[in-house]
Design a protein around this ligand. Structure first.
Ligand code: 2M8
Length: 452
C-alpha cells in the first residue's frame, strides 16, 4: 500500500477499534450516530471484518441478523435494535411491518425491504478464517445457518423474480444504493408524493446536506414505503400494483456470486442434493439474465425499469455487474476491464486514486460529494477486488486493494464514502463496513493463496 508495515499495524488497530466501538454485543451498529441499528448488507461486510478478530463474534453477527428473517425468506434491510436514546428516521412505525403475516413476531422490529445478499460471501470468509481448533463449533453453527441463507436466496429467486429471468426486482432505492441516478427516471414519474409530515435526522447528523439525498428524494422514498405498507409487503400485490419495480443488475450480480459461495460451502454445510441443484440452477439463470442486459456498445450492463418497460442507460458502478458476478465470458470481462480503467471510471485523470466511483464522472448526474451519485465506496471496491482476484486478474485486484487502503489511510478516517478527486472523507465517520473491509484487505497479503 505504499506505507510501512508499522502503519499497517496501526491501521489494523484503528479498524478493529471502530468495530469494537460500534459493537452492541451480538450485532454491530452500521455507524455510531447516523446508523445506530443493524443493517443487512452492512452486517455481512461487518462479519467479514469480525472474522479477522474473532470468528465466533463474526458468525454471531449473521445469526442475529437471520433471527429477524421473514417467513417468506426475506432478510430485512434494517433490524431496529437501538434504544430510544439513539433515534433514526424513518423508524419502525413508518414501516409498520405487523401488517404482514410474514414479518417476525414482536418484539423484533424490521423494515419490509431488503439489500444485496452479501451474506453468503461472509459465511465463506468466516469458514476460510476459522482456526482448526474452532472448526467443529463453527461448522455446526454454519450448518444451522446455511438453510436459512438458502431460503433467503430462494426468496430473491422467486418472490423477487416471478418472471424467472435471473434478475432480482428491487422495490425501493433503499435496497442498496439510495440516491443513485439509476433511479432518477423511475422516481421522476412519481408526480405526487405526499407521505405526510416528517422530520429528517440524517442531514442534521451529517451537517452538510449536499452529501445526502434531497427532500424531493425523501418524499418519494417515504411515499413508496406507504405503498408497500398498503400492499402489506405482499410480493404478488406489489408486482400487480406498485410503481417502482427495477431489475437491478448489481443486486442480481451479487446474488450470482453469493450462490457460487453457497455452492462452495455445500460440503461443509452438508447441503442436500436438492439445495445444490437449486443453487446451481439459480447461478446459471442469474448469469444468463445478466448476459441479456449487457450492452456491447458501452461495455456495461444496464438495469431495466419493469413498469416503464425501458432500459436504464446510466453509467454507474452497477454497469460492471458481469465482473461482480465473476462472468465466465472472457471477452466480456476484457471489455469491462477496458471500460473500468477508461477516463469514464477509474482512469479519470483528475482522480486521486484509481478506484471505481459510484457514478461515472462522464454522467451529467455525477456529483463528487453526494452519496451514491459519485463518491467512491470502499465496500464496492472490495466486491470488485474479490471478483477480479477470483477471475485471475490479480495484478489489477492488488492495485485496487492498495489504492483503497491508501485512500482510507490518507483520509485518516474509516469514512462511509470518499471524494474521487481529492480522496477526502465524506458521509459518516467510523463506518463499520469500511473498517471491516480494511481488516480484510490488510490481511490479504498474508493469507495463503487461494483464500481470497
Ligand atoms: C444507507 O442507507 C440508509 C437507509 O437504508 C440511510 O441513508 O439512512 C445506504 O448506503 C445503505 O446501502 C446502507 O446499508 C445504510 C447503512 O450503512 O446507509
Amino acid at each position: 500500500m505504499g506505507v510501512t508495515a508499522d502503519t499497517d499495524v496501526k491501521l489494523r488497530d484503528r479498524a478493529a477499534a471502530v468495530l469494537h466501538g460500534n459493537d452492541a454485543g451480538a450485532w454491530t451498529k452500521a455507524s455510531p450516530h447516523l446508523y445506530p441499528h443493524q443493517w443487512s448488507w452492512d452486517s455481512a461486510f461487518i462479519a467479514i471484518g469480525w472474522a479477522h478478530l474473532d470468528v465466533r463474534r463474526a458468525i454471531r453477527e449473521l445469526e442475529q441478523l437471520f433471527a429477524a428473517q421473514w417467513s417468506t425468506g426475506l432478510v430485512p434491510h434494517i433490524v431496529f435494535r437501538a434504544g430510544p436514546d439513539q433515534p433514526y428516521f424513518p423508524g419502525p412505525e413508518w414501516w409498520d411491518c405487523a401488517v404482514s403475516p410474514a414479518a417476525p413476531p414482536a418484539p423484533i422490529q424490521t423494515t419490509g425491504i431488503c439489500q444485496p445478499p452479501v451474506h453468503a460471501l461472509a459465511l465463506r470468509r468466516i469458514w476460510q478464517l476459522t482456526p482448526k481448533a474452532q472448526r467443529p463449533e463453527i461448522q455446526a453453527r454454519l450448518k444451522a445457518l446455511y438453510p436459512r441463507v438458502v431460503r433467503w436466496h430462494r426468496y430473491l429467486a422467486t418472490g423477487r423474480d416471478p418472471e424467472a429471468s435471473g434478475l432480482v426486482t428491487a422495490y425501493h432505492p433503499w435496497e442498496g444504493t439510495d440516491n443513485s441516478p439509476r433511479w432518477d427516471h423511475a422516481l421522476g414519474r412519481i408526480e405526487v408524493a405526499t407521505p405526510g409530515p416528517y422530520t429528517r435526522l440524517d442531514t442534521a447528523t451529517i451537517g452538510d446536506p449536499s452529501q445526502r439525498p434531497t427532500d424531493w428524494d425523501y418524499d418519494r422514498y417515504l411515499w413508496l414505503v406507504g405503498l408497500l405498507r398498503k400492499y402489506r409487503y405482499d410480493d404478488a400485490e406489489i408486482h400487480r400494483h406498485y410503481p417502482f419495480l427495477i431489475k437491478d443488475v448489481f443486486f442480481s450480480a451479487v446474488l450470482v456470486a453469493a450462490n457460487a459461495a453457497l455452492l462452495a460451502l455445500a460440503d461443509v454445510a452438508d447441503a442436500s442434493a436438492d439445495d445444490r441443484d437449486q443453487l446451481a440452477r439459480w447461478l446459471d439463470r442469474g448469469r444468463s439474465g445478466l448476459a441479456g442486459c449487457y450492452d456491447a456498445e458501452s461495455g456495461l450492463c444496464v438495469d431495466y425499469d419493469v413498469r416503464n418497460a425501458e432500459r436504464i442507460r446510466m453509467r454507474t458502478f452497477a454497469g460492471f455487474a458481469p465482473l461482480f458476478a465473476r462472468t465466465t465470458d472472457a471477452r466480456q470481462a476484457a471489455a469491462q476491464l477496458r471500460v473500468l480503467d477508461s477516463g469514464d471510471f477509474c482512469g479519470n485523470p483528475g482522480f486521486r486514486w484509481r478506484l471505481l466511483p459510484s457514478t461515472s464522472p462522464a454522467e451529467p448526474a455525477f456529483q463528487p460529494h453526494n452519496y451514491w451519485r459519485g463518491p467512491v465506496w470502499p465496500i464496492i471496491d472490495w466486491l470488485l477486488w474479490q471478483s477480479l482476484s477470483e477471475l485471475g486478474h490479480s495484478g489489477r485486484a492488488d492495485e485496487l486493494r492498495r489504492d483503497s487502503l491508501g485512500q482510507i489511510a490518507g483520509a485518516g478516517d474509516f469514512a462511509e464514502y470518499f471524494d474521487p478527486f481529492t480522496g477526502d472523507a465524506l458521509g459518516s465517520p467510523q463506518q463499520s463496513w469500511t473498517a471491516a473491509v480494511t481488516l480484510d484487505w490488510l490481511a490479504a497479503q498474508t493469507l495463503p493463496s487461494g483464500v481470497s
